[in-house]
Write a protein that binds this ligand. Structure first.
Ligand SMILES: [Zn+2]
Ligand SMILES: [Zn+2]
Length: 273
């Protein structure tokens, strides 16, 4: 870790409730403390609401029935770790066209420090599927993904947009991804002043690149789009993974500060040199 680690916060971590991550919430906090972070955000996958049932996609996101205890445990841990490691209560929720109100109702009764909105589904198709949807090209899927991302920014539900360009994980990003829709989407994100994240998990995957890629970070920095860091850790050892590299890249992209969230309010922490 760089000497700047005491200034850094990890806003994207998961734990065992989603069914595909290892460790308890407490383990993620302790890992962050060991790595000398300034704060840690807990952001497990919110229940899937666009399909019926308590756990419509097992091992993809936590069951609906687990959501209240998840939030309660985060608040208990915030109190327990007060003065030791600031804990930000968050969640990663899906942006699914037509389900904004359902997510609003799910989230509204709870006190979150921040909410990450991620497009994992494009009109019912999971971006982590091995194959493209029938009849669709990579170009079609990218355009639609960008449109949904712009809608997610504008819907008012989210503080942070998760892993832009995550379509590349399974090779679904078109070769020419620098489209007018990308620029329009970034303009829309800038207008809403929603943050993006530099998600370091891609560096740990075969794709070998962070989300989003450097050129998109540059375009975002030029537009004044806030950015925060997220490891997308699904086990304690990945908390704050590659944050030194991430900070270097953000500086190269033109960023001079990182977004920090408390009770849905954003402040900027300077990235000192
Ligand atoms: Zn996950
Ligand atoms: Zn995600």
């Amino acid at each position: 870790m760089p000497t700047t680690s005491g200034l850094l916060e990890d806003y994207h971590t998961h734990h065992r409730r989603c069914g595909h991550a290892a460790g308890e919430l407490r383990d993620m906090i302790e890992a962050a403390h060991k790595k000398g972070l300034r704060a840690v955000g807990l952001s497990d996958h919110a229940p899937i609401l666009h399909l019926p049932g308590d756990w419509p996609l097992p091992n993809t996101a936590m069951p609906r029935s687990m959501f209240p205890e998840y939030v309660q445990e985060m608040h208990d841990l915030q109190r327990e770790f007060a003065g030791i490691m600031p804990v930000k209560a968050g969640v990663e929720a899906d942006y699914v066209s037509g389900f904004v109100e359902a997510y609003r109702e799910l989230l509204a009764p709870h006190d979150f420090d921040y909410v990450i909105g991620s497009v994992h589904f494009v009109d019912g198709w999971s971006i982590f599927s091995a194959k493209l949807p029938p009849q669709a090209t990579r170009e079609d899927v990218w355009e639609r993904y960008l449109t949904l991302t712009g809608e997610a920014a504008a819907c008012g539900l989210f503080d942070i947009l998760g892993h832009l360009d995550c379509l590349k994980t399974k090779g679904h990003l078109p070769r020419e991804w620098r489209t007018p829709t990308l620029l329009r989407t970034l303009d829309a994100i800038a207008d809403c002043q929603v943050s993006i994240e530099l998600n370091t998990s891609g560096w740990r995957k075969p794709v070998g690149d962070c989300f989003p890629t450097f050129e998109i970070l540059q375009l975002a920095a030029q537009r004044g789009i806030p950015v925060c860091l997220g490891s997308d850790a699904h086990r304690p050892k990945d908390v704050a993974a590659d944050f030194g590299r991430a900070v270097k890249l953000l500086r190269q992209a033109g960023y001079q500060s990182l977004a920090s969230f408390t009770r849905r309010k954003r402040e900027e922490i300077p990235l000192n040199t």
